[in-house]
Design a protein around this ligand. Sequence first.
Ligand code: AMP
Length: 401
Amino acid sequence: MKLLVINAGSSSLKYQLYDMTDESVLAKGLVERIGMDSSILNHKATGKEEVTEVSEILEHTTAIRKVLDKLTDKEHGVLNSVEEIQAVGHRVVHGGEAFKGSALVTGDVKSEIRRLFDLAPLHNPPAILGINAAEKNMPGVPQVVAFDTAFHQTMDEKVYLYPIPKVLYKKHRVRRYGAHGTSHDYVSKVAAKYLNRPLEDLKIITCHIGNGASLTAVKDGKSMDTSMGLTPLEGLMMGTRSGDLDPAVVTFVMNKEELSISEVNSMLNKHSGLLAISGSSSDMRDITDGMAEGEPNSTLAFEMYEYRLRKYIGSYAAAMNGVDVIVFTAGVGENSVVVREKVCENLTYLGVEIDPELNKVRSGDPRRISTPNSKVEVLVIPTNEELMIARDTYRIVQENN
Ligand code: AMP
């Protein structure tokens, strides 16, 4: 079965075409600047030359049509006709409490995703645009949605509730939902396979640290706790997001600076984190370069980031009463030797010991960076959310056949 995985943003659309007979990627690409004057389509079929095309793409339906044109193009394509695509899988950020796993798209499913617009105003609306656009371009082809929140639906009430008046949960479903679930789910499964141990026997802390960052305590293969909350703002210090702070900071700053709700939201989501403390960049590469040159603001930004990350690892070891495996993944986790080194340097009380040489090795494959003496296995595992979505799509389409 060939299937297309789509990750639609408000002005972008990422895609990967899979052949599920061997889970190979036949082609992938990205459409950017949808709705703006010159949209960019970047397409790469496996074994063929990459192609970039600039044209006017005003909405998602046209974006998908252009993608399908590329997939069936004589020179750059991999399909003889669009009919070869037998299913489409979509990434959706928020599944609320309704979705505990991926689901076949129906009218009811779409209505539920729309109902959740309030909880993910930036992310769920484009997902609906993507679904509708795929339906228009590929009528009758089954579509599946995979939610970033679904993996965390196993969290216990004592973990997901905030200690605030319960009426807010009853009326507005204010609670912790988490995010990056597809990634935490994927890397914890790969970790167990890599170690050749049953997932159900392991206490794993998965560190998905990219531009957005979250940690999950995975016990018995299930998410027991995760650092993101009602929205992806809670938890770790991130590229441009603050992560945890005293909630009173929000009202205090709004009052003193006369900020509106949208201004304070923008401050916490777009102008905080590494960017705010370094004063120059949200990118960990720039931060570690600055630190290597002795630049004080980058050094402080790094130290705060590492300290907060390490405290979360400690708290999840406490939550699970131990930890067998720590996994690093996503942009920073997979690539930053110095972040992994500094975090692990201060986890010796847990019995963590990493091998500095193994930590430096670069590879696209899962790998161990801990020493044989380490009481905790420390792994670097490249995440693959698209593959996870492709697998769910394949399974659900088969089940509904
Ligand atoms: P992601 O959101 O997973 O795509 O991660 C993006 C982030 O990964 C970037 O903003 C960088 O901060 C970080 N990153 C990518 N490559 C490196 C690297 N070689 N060293 C440190 N950080 C990196």
